[in-house]
Design a protein around this ligand. Structure first.
Ligand SMILES: Nc1ncnc2c1ncn2[C@@H]1O[C@H](COP(=O)(O)OP(=O)(O)OP(=O)(O)O)[C@@H](O)[C@H]1O
Length: 273
């Protein structure tokens, strides 16, 4: 195909499409994080390098070329979190790793929480919030969270509202840290979660919210966070923190995320509210 004096072939179109897709993915991964500024700086430098090269300034081109080469390695170090997240997203989305057989093979065949139990967790969240007791409740989706559960006190208990309220009551010895729910059980309490360092969060949010966000960045778990100061409920999913959610909305979002658009818990929670 000829456009004016430019000759474009199908491989050029495919090339442009793939580069756009790649740039979009990079933008999507780094947006809102401190790394996005580094990325913008690097892109500016690259444009500057192209201009200098086009102008034929050889010495400057050589210096910048060297700098860009070293910069590429520096970028891998700076963006290691983003690269890790990108590969995680790829691995999670790839249909191959989603097949039951391969899930077992890769060791992430976690049973999804049942709707009844999820409704119990949401009910408990409502009560904890109204008592102004802070809480972090991690609900497993597919990723194996054993390494996080092992940082706390292992319980392997049946999910019940009373137990969750006791754990997060202000007199409990287990009310610090997070509860982890997996395979239809309260697996552990008092767990330490990875704290978010990259994405910018409002300064008003403390470490509980950062930990919720950090966990949703490192794994595919859904993290319910309840503020001790405001009694507000938040939900961190896939690197995004949704704050100040009404209980009904919390149920809808959890149902939609954990059961992929089938929302069995919502009606129960809505009827009870
Ligand atoms: N990395 C972590 N993993 C698990 N729990 C954590 C972590 N960091 C903080 N917490 C929990 O959060 C509590 C401190 O919360 P902090 O007041 O800093 O957060 P916040 O986001 O302002 O929440 P709140 O609105 O409830 O005060 C700790 O007592 C602890 O229970």
């Amino acid at each position: 195909m000829d456009i004016g004096f430019i000759k474009i072939t199908w491989t050029d179109i495919l090339d442009i499409f793939l580069v756009s897709l790649l740039l979009y993915q990079v933008y999507y991964l780094v947006r809102g994080s401190i790394a996005s500024r580094v990325f913008a700086g690097y892109m500016l430098l690259y444009v500057f390098y192209l201009i200098i090269k086009a102008l034929g300034l050889n010495l400057m081109t050589a210096i910048l070329q060297y700098f860009m080469g070293v910069g590429a390695i520096a970028l891998i170090v700076i963006f290691q979190q983003e690269i890790r997240r990108f590969l995680l997203v790829l691995g999670r989305n790839a249909t191959i790793t989603n097949s039951r057989f391969l899930s077992r093979f890769f060791g992430n065949a976690v049973k999804n929480i049942e709707a009844e139990n999820l409704a119990t967790v949401i009910e408990a969240a409502r009560s904890i919030a109204s008592d102004f007791n802070g809480a972090l409740i991690v609900v497993t989706k597919q990723d194996d969270l054993t390494q996080y559960a092992e940082t706390g006190v292992l319980l392997h208990a049946q999910i019940s509202k009373q137990l969750l309220l006791s754990i997060f009551s202000q007199y409990s010895a287990l009310n610090e840290g997070a509860v982890i729910i997996a395979d239809g059980k309260i697996v552990a309490a008092r767990c330490v979660l990875p704290v978010n360092e990259e994405t910018e969060v409002p300064t008003s949010m403390g470490f509980r919210h950062r930990a919720a966000l950090g966990m949703s960045e490192s794994t595919d778990a859904a993290v319910i966070v309840i503020s001790e100061q405001t009694g507000r409920i938040g939900l961190a999913i896939q690197s995004e923190l949704h704050s100040n959610l009404p209980v009904k909305k919390l149920g809808e979002m959890l149902g939609a995320y954990l059961y992929e658009n089938v929302i069995p818990v919502t009606e129960k929670v809505a009827n009870e509210s």
